[in-house]
Design a protein. Structure first.
Length: 219
């Protein structure tokens, strides 16, 4: 009986320690600090915002694109739920375009492609409601340097199919970054430092996919 009670207590402690997917972003010290930094920003307007996680955060987009009016709103470890809760930091600079890349942290939290897609659509809908043009960028595959690659890359692929179809049906631009960085559904070894985050050559190729979109919109 004593052992059974101990087991129940241990299991209940594990259950309490597990963080629900919808509130994971609240547990991130990085998220909280960068939100505080965004709140301190004196920038009142920009042409372009990049919204995403650490992969977006890792790019110095203003220098990469050779443009001044560019804001990076990437946060390491963020998921689509966290992004939905910080959209005011996109709206406040009144950009013309918002480039979005999201989903890999959701996938590694074991969220389904369908759940992530629903959040993604909410992000896009709220951008459009604020007269901001969304640009969807494919969720990147991972490389075997990372973990659970064989399990997670099919979810990445499924999400990208949904995003591409949604973009096509709703006249939204879809940029397939995997087309230049991945091979056979796997992030290429020469473009990643750890299996998920990108190196400089990868950002250079990614940049080339963005320039025609900027030109199209007069930016």
């Amino acid at each position: 009986m004593k052992n059974r009670l101990l087991c129940i207590l241990l299991l209940s402690g594990i259950a309490r320690s597990q963080t629900p997917y919808d509130s994971l972003y609240l547990k991130s010290a990085v998220y909280k600090n960068l939100i505080a930094m965004f709140a301190l920003s004196k920038t009142e307007s920009a042409d372009i915002v990049f919204l995403g996680n650490s992969i977006t955060f890792g790019g110095n987009w203003s220098e990469l694109l050779g443009r001044d009016r560019v804001i990076n709103r990437g946060i390491g470890g963020d998921n689509t739920v966290g992004m939905l809760h910080r959209m005011q930091y996109v709206y406040q600079v009144k950009p013309k375009l918002c480039f979005i890349m999201a989903g890999i942290n959701d996938i590694y939290s074991d969220a389904s492609a369908e759940t992530i897609f629903r959040n993604y659509v909410k992000i896009i809908d709220t951008l459009r409601a604020h007269s901001i043009i969304p640009v969807i960028q494919s969720t990147l595959h991972v490389n075997p340097k990372w973990k659970r690659t064989e399990e997670k890359n099919p979810v990445v692929a499924a999400l990208n199919v949904m995003l591409k179809e949604f973009a096509s049906k709703n006249s939204i631009e879809f940029i397939d970054v995997n087309a230049v960085l991945s091979l056979n559904g796997v992030l290429r070894d020469e473009f990643t430092v750890d299996g998920v985050h990108l190196n400089a050559p990868a950002y250079g190729l990614w940049r080339e996919l963005l320039l025609p979109v900027l030109k199209k919109h007069g930016l």
